[in-house]
Every structure is written in structure tokens, then in C-alpha cells.
Design a protein around this ligand. Structure first.
Ligand SMILES: Cc1ncc(C[n+]2csc(CCOP(=O)(O)OP(=O)(O)O)c2C)c(N)n1
Ligand SMILES: [Mg+2]
Length: 438
């Protein structure tokens, strides 16, 4: 099919082309655009490089495995004193209590799902160090774009146990009024964007938000974008990293490399050196960190935040960790990995155990306090759980609200039809567990 271009449109296009060319020539300070007479140097647009005169291919493992930064050894001892962030006792204990509270919440909600009390759940077992180490290093005003397995970040920000429970129970207090799957939390007050199941969609959104922060008159903030090793295989990951790099957007890309994307192990997902190896390809400053060492994660994120804000550029952190739990309550991890593998990570490499050893070693926490805290934390979670379970589910009216400012007439007539139907067949509907139609 031929498109007919009007003479006016043609003139307009020519004008735009001239403006573009003018700007293009004005931008000729880009390295390689001016022939400086040195023909032994390549002069490609934007490159600073050399010629070679022997054929050489670049091996993918330019470096023999990007190293993993850690601060604590497996016995919870500082390896190098200079890496001690010297956090005060309150902060260290808050970190420990948050990591363990998250574990207790996971246990109770996972069991609740298997008893049919909630519809779905995803645990965070084994990844508590990545959540709390990174969250503690941020400012509460920084924007968080999460995937779905970062409940600890939200807990650190101050999301209450009752709020977690109300969301998982989809009761009348759930801000999404029961329209989201459990664990799809969000909090405007805590600068935590609502989780979307469609993996990696949070990544370009994070780049955009970081660019908006850069252009705003409030530049002392950054964005942190959490994503999994599996999400990194999505096209959105490429778009996000490249946009953030080229726009110099202050975004920390925090990859939780937990070894699996549901049942696909990382060795089947990529051939390169993990996610870190991709950073330099995008021109992004990168670090790989032991995700089960909460202090190392803290140091890496603190520094990443400083770089992102002060230099206005993205930073990539690859936190090496392990998903100890099943992918979700709808998936059985035993189908593709051995109990020995899981036990090894759960017992020998637990981020919580390592951190407990550290605070025991420093003398700020002991086993008696630990026992007491186990009881207290369980009590708090159970209380929130019981309250959420008792609360009514949202009114069925909310099937029709919140998409449009005013419910349009065609939806209003469907709502009326539903009301009549439910009235006629009320014995088939659990009306007593819902708030009434409104
Ligand atoms: C676009 C899209 N494709 C596929 C899925 C199905 N899915 C849900 S989670 C997941 C694996 C994600 O793995 P990873 O990013 O490593 O996160 P993890 O679950 O390990 O924390 C997949 C494939 C999805 N939700 N969205
Ligand atoms: Mg994963």
C-alpha cells in the first residue's frame, strides 16, 4: 500500500531533518567524529579504542569469574576490619529482628495457604540478607520497584504485619480490595510501587522513574529496582538497563540471583558470567556481592546509592543467593532439585544464622534473647494473622469500582444484574463473609 505524503508534510519533514543535522554537527565533540589526522587510531562514533594487526577473538570470560564481595565469613566473623560499616547496636538488632520476623511471617502464611485459608503465597526463605541489607542502606524516600520476593524491604520500610496479612487475606482492609494475588503488595506512603506478576515489567518503569528523579528538583533520591535472574532474561531487562545507562539515570538495579527461575537453573539460563558480566556491556558500573552476607549487601548498596546520586548514573548489583523455599505454593521444588542441595543452603549458608553468629560474637545478642524473640515475633505475627482472618472480605460492588472515576452506565447495569442474581440465589453465595453491596 502506498502512502501519499502531502507537500506540507514533506516540507515539515525536511525542516525537521535540517534541525536534526544542525544539532548533529554541533555534537561533533563526541570522540571519533573529527579526523585529527591520526589514522593509526580508529575513529568510530563514540568509541575510544585501538587497532590490532593480528586476528584475535574476544573470549566471553574476559575475567576469570567476577569475584564475590563478602565481609563476614561463615562463622560470622569480620574478614577485613576495614570493611566494617560500624552500624550501631539498634540498627544491627533491627536488621536481625526484621530478617527473623520475615521468616516467621513466611512460615505462618505458607502453612495458612496449605490449609486453604489464603489462596496463594511466595516465601522469601534464604534471601532475607538481600532484602534487609539493601533496604537498610537506602533512604526511605528512595523509590522501590520490586518483583514479588522482596517482602523484607517493605517490612524494613515500616509496612505493618496487619497490612501484609490484610493483603494476603484479600479482606476489606486490603488497599486493592481483593483484586490482586497475595504478596502483590504496594504502599504509596512507603514509596513502594505495587508488585506486578508480569516479570521484568518493573525494570523499564524503574529506569523511567529514575530519569524523572534526575530531572526533578529533588535530586537526592534514587530508585532501586529488584529483579530475579529469570527476569534478567526478559527483553524488558535490556530496555531498562540500556535506557538507564544512556540517560544516566540514578537507578540501582539489584538482581537477586537465587539460582532458579521457577524450575530453570541459572546454568540453563545463560552462558555468560551471570548477570554482573552484562553490566560493563551496558556501560554500567557493577558489583557482585554475597547476598547471604547482610553486611556485604549493606556496604554494596550504600556505595551504589552514593554513586547513583552523586554521579547520576545507574549501578548494577548482583547478589548471589539461593531460593530455599518452593517457587510458590503452586510449584513443587522437589521436582527439579535434591533435598541435599536445599539443606546445604538452608543450613551451611543461611544468611540469618551467619548474622546471628556475628551479633553473638560482638556481644549484643545472646541465645536467651534469641529464644525470647522467637516467641515474641511469633506472637505478633499470629495476632495480625488472626485479626486479618476474622475481617470481612470486600463488598462485591468493588468488582465494578476504581477503573473509572464514576461507574459508567454499562457497568452500573451489570452491577444491578449481579445484585438481583445474588439476591435470588443467595444460598449459593458466601454473603455473610463479605461486606454488603454498596
Ligand atoms: C512475562 C512473564 N513471563 C513468565 C512469567 C511466569 N513466571 C513467574 S515467576 C517466573 C520466574 C522468575 O524467576 P526469577 O526472576 O529468577 O525470580 P525468582 O522467582 O527466582 O525470585 C516466571 C517465568 C511471568 N510471570 N511473567
Ligand atoms: Mg531466580
Amino acid at each position: 500500500m502506498h502512502r501519499v505524503i502531502s507537500p506540507v508534510a514533506l516540507q515539515f519533514a525536511k525542516l525537521r531533518c535540517r534541525i536534526f543535522m544542525k544539532n548533529y554537527v554541533a555534537a561533533s565533540t563526541i570522540p571519533g567524529l573529527i579526523d585529527d589526522g591520526n589514522h593509526d587510531k580508529p575513529q568510530y562514533h563514540g568509541f575510544k579504542t585501538d587497532y590490532i594487526n593480528k586476528l584475535e577473538f574476544l573470549e566471553p570470560d574476559v575475567k576469570k569469574g567476577i569475584p564475590v564481595y563478602r565481609v563476614l565469613n561463615r562463622d560470622g566473623k569480620l574478614i577485613d576490619e576495614s570493611q566494617d560499616p560500624k552500624l550501631d547496636t539498634d540498627t544491627l538488632l533491627r536488621m536481625y529482628r526484621s530478617m527473623t520476623m520475615l521468616e516467621v511471617m513466611d512460615e505462618i502464611l505458607y502453612d495458612a495457604q496449605s490449609q486453604g485459608r489464603i489462596s496463594f503465597y511466595m516465601t522469601n526463605y534464604g534471601e532475607e540478607g538481600t532484602h534487609i541489607g539493601s533496604a537498610a542502606a537506602l533512604d526511605d524516600r528512595d523509590l522501590v520497584f520490586g518483583q514479588y520476593r522482596e517482602a523484607g524491604v517493605l517490612m524494613w520500610r515500616g509496612f505493618q504485619l496487619s497490612e501484609f496479612m490484610d493483603q494476603c487475606y484479600s479482606n476489606a482492609n486490603d488497599p486493592a480490595k481483593g483484586r490482586q494475588l497475595p504478596v502483590h503488595y504496594g504502599s504509596k506512603d512507603l514509596n513502594y510501587y505495587t508488585i506486578s506478576s508480569t516479570i521484568a515489567t518493573q525494570m523499564p518503569q524503574a529506569s523511567g522513574a529514575a530519569y524523572a528523579l534526575k530531572l526533578s528538583d529533588d535530586p537526592d533520591r534514587c530508585v532501586i529496582c529488584y529483579f530475579g535472574d529469570g527476569a534478567a532474561s526478559e527483553g524488558d531487562a535490556h530496555a531498562a538497563l540500556n535506557f538507564a545507562a544512556t540517560l544516566d539515570a540514578p537507578c540501582i538495579f539489584f538482581c537477586r540471583n537465587n539460582g532458579y527461575a521457577i524450575f530453570t537453573p541459572t546454568c540453563d539460563q545463560y552462558r555468560g558470567d551471570g548477570i554482573s558480566a552484562r553490566g560493563p556491556g551496558y556501560g554500567i558500573i557493577t558489583v557482585r556481592v554475597d547476598g547471604n552476607d547482610v553486611i556485604a549487601v549493606y556496604n554494596a548498596t550504600k556505595k551504589a546509592r552514593q554513586i547513583a546520586i552523586e554521579e547520576s548514573r545507574p549501578v548494577l548489583i548482583e547478589a548471589m543467593t539461593y531460593r530455599v523455599g518452593h517457587h510458590s505454593t503452586s510449584h513443587d521444588g522437589n521436582a527439579y532439585r535434591t533435598p541435599d542441595e536445599v539443606n546445604y543452603w538452608q543450613n551451611a549458608l543461611s544468611p540469618i544464622d551467619r548474622f546471628r553468629l556475628y551479633i553473638n560474637n560482638t556481644g549484643i545478642w545472646d541465645s536467651a534473647e534469641d529464644e525470647e524473640w522467637k516467641k515474641t515475633s511469633k506472637g505478633k505475627v499470629m495476632e495480625a494473622f488472626t485479626n486479618a482472618e476474622k475481617r470481612l472480605k470486600p463488598s462485591p460492588t468493588h468488582l465494578f469500582t476504581d477503573v473509572y472515576h464514576d461507574v459508567p452506565t454499562h457497568l452500573q447495569s451489570q452491577l444491578n444484574e449481579l445484585k438481583e442474581h445474588v439476591k435470588k440465589y443467595s444460598q449459593h453465595y458466601p454473603l455473610s463473609s463479605h461486606e454488603p453491596f454498596c
